[in-house]
Design a protein around this ligand. Structure first.
Ligand SMILES: [Zn+2]
Length: 146
């Protein structure tokens, strides 16, 4: 019994070493994109129980294959840039969502207008008529109608 345990331990030790050598110079990082794809994959798997479709069941494999490709990729810089682009996109989406929620919540007291120069969204008091506005971001003066 002890001998078997020893043999298993040695086998695991050797496999770990092989895996470590295999991963040298590879990306091997479970980053934000990896986590997102894993969750996306779980959602697809759950959906595949309800959607009995051959194409859909193939779709489930795409995140798995792409995640494996990224983990074992030797082009570390490209995978890093990919993740950075993904995180930026995710942040933009979150910002858009929070601005939309805020616009809805404050719709009675404020009006939201976009600066024509820097495209920043400005929150203006809800007073009817024409107003001169100076953008606090780029200091451009423009007129709005509320
Ligand atoms: Zn501006």
């Amino acid at each position: 019994m002890n001998n078997l345990r020893n043999k298993l331990y040695q086998l695991r030790y050797r496999l770990n070493g092989k895996m470590q050598r295999f991963m040298i110079g590879r990306y091997g990082r479970p980053d934000e994109l990896y986590r997102f794809l894993t969750i996306f994959n779980l959602v697809l798997i759950v959906l595949s129980f309800f959607i009995r479709n051959k194409i859909f069941s193939l779709l489930v494999w795409i995140p798995i294959i792409y995640n494996s490709f990224r983990l074992f990729s030797k082009n570390i810089q490209a995978r890093y840039d990919e993740n950075t682009r993904f995180v930026n996109l995710q942040n933009n989406f979150r910002n858009l969502f929070s601005v939309t929620v805020r616009r809805f919540r404050e719709r009675k007291d404020y009006r939201f207008r976009t600066c024509p120069q820097c495209k920043k969204i400005l929150r203006l008091p809800n007073k009817k008529g024409r107003h001169k506005v100076i953008c606090p971001n780029c200091h451009k003066e423009f007129e709005v109608r509320i």
